[in-house]
Design a protein around this ligand. Structure first.
Ligand code: 3H9
Length: 703
């Protein structure tokens, strides 16, 4: 719906709407300015009510316009709010549903605000690496005070209107129709003002004592908590301007910071990830109208760490689960682990006792496959071995009702071979959760050759219900995430051979922003996982060159934190990694065997070798159609492997560096006399992008 103006007595009601979220793109801004101008100059109009269509006020500026001429074209958001604020006739914002970012800033520019009790207001710009750039940092503190404004803007989280009860931010909070209440208030204000200018937020004084100490404290905490994100500090500075300078100077400062952040790399990365999240849910050949299957009851096979973590996701979403194990002891242990998780959450105050009890009551435990007969979806989370998985799927095929979805949590194995043992391969899909499965946000959804479109659409929708970010992967060894990880880990091991230490490599990549380096991560996950995969690789791909040093570590029984030692040593009850003399010695003697003289590494070399190993494999995955789009790969690495969000994921990062520079750096690594030149051969897609100046994230969606 475009902008609509209707007259209600002497009040003009102006409604704007740009589905789905009433973002404030250029056309809407132009139409809105024209409608407001018309109402302001119309002698029959004494006041204006401004509201949004589609059941919400607005989600803010149109993010797709950022960095384009449309964003700055007149009237920009600041011009529009200035027009509203300069109106001699009172303007009342009627706020229903979502009211975010630039939408909230428009409401702050109005003279009065009426909100529905279900409305949610917020300034989420910080999540896009920005600060509110249309007066939010200047007007909000004038209404709610410096500290509450700072907290709201720094968190970026929307707050229910009811939280502002009694604050001058909202003149009324109403249960019934919001526009009608706003019209009523507008009429009352016309009487009350009787020709005087309406009050303006910009004119409200902002005087707060002891501000310097508070802002100093805020700056120090932010520097420690968000060292790589420039927006939070800019927000403090902008709010400081609101408190210490006149309004126009504050607005000018806010505008400068906004522009600086908008053109900086961090906001670029975060905006890329915002759209990546929304794009990942769209599957080119699966229309949104695809009928979904009902999933009212879920079965999980395997009560180990993975199976119980998966179970908790569904219990949390209110979906009953039947958990199956083969032995009584393992089943009891699994059930106890789930109970402990909930008890822990109650202890930490994250869940009430009643809620914990309600969630646990949705769990049934069994030793018998026939008890899964009523399940609509069963997820297998047993040992990562093809024969074991195939046996489980044969039994599932025999036990489940027609139309049930059969899912495997395999992290590497060929889903098509698993599906082939059933009489219903179109009902088979991969649901690869990441450990701890009840915490990690990523779900790799593996689409087999025969997976039905309705099965895929159902699982994607279900992922949203259990609050996961789902990314579709085709079938290949390791799917998107683990296939790339294998090359990253191979490269980490080659660097050990050449002279780097595990701690040096971990430190360098953690300095780049990864949550955990490869060696700390392997110790946490268990070094036997990689060992198992490598043994398979030695047999099925003997041409793949591997450093054998990781096998030696495993042969000593150093399987990671669970055995008290791995690449590092661990003191009992302490997860802090201590460098290990045993591992140092092992590495030295392995180097001697290879005839390698250790050399020094720069942090840049370590980081580039690890990240470009990911990028090159990601390019192959994209070219082969295993991933639908580059941004899907970025999400996998962000949510599954701790890649720093502010760098935009591996493919987004490569785009920022430029394919040309990536390929040149890889050529340097290929010339390393101890390297593997085959490793650094650019993937065909990467080579094409380097030659054409293109970017992964503009290569489009593959179908
Ligand atoms: C700002 O305002 C700057 C100003 O301070 C200063 C300017 C000078 N623009 O999330 P959904 C699209 S910065 C364009 O799936 P939900 C979204 O891409 C802005 N598009 O729905 C998707 O498109 P598609 C500050 C937007 O119900 C569709 O809408 N505001 C925008 O789960 C549905 O989105 C924000 O940061 C936008 N602003 O959640 C708010 N917002 O269907 C960002 C959404 O093609 N938005 N889209 O994939 C949100 O937080 C959520 O989208 C919202 C709805 C809560 C609104």
């Amino acid at each position: 719906m475009p902008v609509v103006k209707v007259q209600d007595g002497r009040v003009a009601v102006v409604t704007f709407g740009e589905p789905p979220v009433n973002s404030l793109g250029l056309t809407t801004r132009r139409d809105l300015a024209a409608a407001l101008d018309a109402a302001i100059t119309d002698p029959a109009t004494a006041a204006i009510v401004l509201g949004g269509a589609n059941g919400l006020f607005s989600a803010g500026a149109d993010i797709t316009e950022f960095g384009t001429p449309k964003m700055l074209a007149a009237p920009n958001l600041i011009d529009l709010i200035a027009l509203i604020e300069a109106s001699p006739k009172p303007i009342v914002a009627a706020i229903e549903g979502t009211c975010l970012g630039g939408g909230f800033e428009i409401a702050l520019g109005c003279n009065y605000r009426v909100a529905g009790s279900g409305a949610r207001l917020g300034l989420p710009e910080v999540k896009l690496g920005l600060l509110p750039g249309a007066g939010g940092t200047q007007r909000l503190p004038r209404l709610v005070g410096v500290e509450p404004a700072l907290n709201l803007i720094l968190s970026g989280e929307p707050v229910p209107a009811t939280a502002f009860k009694g604050s001058p931010l909202l003149d009324r909070i109403v249960e019934g129709p919001v526009v009608a209440a706003a019209v009523e208030l507008a009429n009352a204000k016309v009487e009350e003002l009787s020709g005087r200018a309406p009050p303006r937020v910009r004119n409200r004084p902002l005087r707060e004592p002891a501000l310097d100490a508070f802002l100093g404290f805020a700056r120090n905490s932010i520097k420690a908590a968000f060292p790589n994100y420039p927006a939070p500090l800019a927000i403090v500075d902008a709010i400081a301007s609101a408190a210490t300078q006149d309004f126009d100077a504050g607005i000018a400062a806010e505008r400068r910071w906004f522009s600086e952040l908008l053109h900086g790399p961090v906001s670029g990365a975060l905006r890329h990830l915002f759209f990546a999240e929304r794009a990942a849910a769209k599957i080119p050949d699966v229309p949104e109208s695809t009928p979904l299957r009902e999933v009212k009851r879920v079965g999980v096979i395997g009560a180990g760490t993975m199976g119980t973590g998966i179970t908790i996701n569904f219990l949390n979403a209110g979906i009953p689960v039947v958990l199956l194990e083969l032995g009584r002891e393992a089943l009891d242990k699994g059930v106890a682990r789930i109970a402990e998780t909930y008890e822990g959450q109650v202890r930490k105050g994250r869940l009430t006792k009643e809620d914990a009890l309600a969630r646990r009551s949705l769990l049934d435990a069994t030793l018998n496959y026939p008890d899964l007969a009523e399940c609509d979806l069963v997820i297998e989370a047993v040992f990562e071995d093809m024969d074991v998985k195939r046996q489980v799927f044969e039994r599932l095929d025999a036990s489940l009702k027609p139309g049930a979805i059969l899912a495997s949590n395999t992290s590497t194995l060929d889903l098509d071979r698993i599906a082939a043992v059933t009489k219903r391969p179109s009902d088979v899909i991969g649901m690869h959760f990441f450990s701890p499965a009840n915490v990690m946000k990523l779900l790799e959804v593996v689409r087999g050759r025969a997976t039905g479109k309705d099965v895929l659409a159902t699982v994607m929708k279900l992922a949203r219900t259990i609050r996961k970010t789902a990314v579709v992967s085709g079938v290949c060894d390791g799917f998107i995430g683990n296939r790339m990880l294998e090359q990253y880990l191979r490269q980490a091991l080659f660097m050990l051979d050449e002279g780097a230490s595990p701690a040096e490599i971990d430190r360098a990549i953690e300095g780049f922003g990864f949550a955990m380096g490869p060696f700390r991560m392997s110790d946490l996950a268990g070094n036997d996982i990689g060992w198992h995969i490598r043994k398979r690789r030695y047999a099925d791909t003997p041409t793949m060159v591997y450093s054998r040093i990781a096998d030696r570590v495993c042969e000593l029984g150093r399987l990671g934190q669970k055995t008290g030692s791995g690449w590092y040593d661990y003191r009992p009850g302490d997860r802090n990694a201590q460098p290990s003399a045993v591992v140092d010695e092992l590495i030295s003697s392995y180097r001697a065997e290879l005839g390698l003289v250790p050399r020094k590494f720069t942090k840049a070399e370590i980081v580039d070798r690890l990240v470009y190993a990911l990028v090159n494999e990601g390019a192959k995955i994209l070219d082969e159609g295993i991933a639908t789009r580059a941004s899907d790969i970025d999400l996998v690495y962000l949510y599954g492997y701790g890649f720093p969000a502010w760098r935009g994921g591996p493919m987004g990062y490569a785009d920022a560096v430029g394919a040309f520079s990536v390929v040149h750096r890889m050529a340097e690594f290929a010339r390393n006399p101890h390297g593997d030149p085959a490793f650094w051969t650019p993937a065909p897609l990467l080579a094409r992008l380097a030659a054409s100046g293109g970017a992964f994230n503009s290569t489009g969606v593959r179908s």
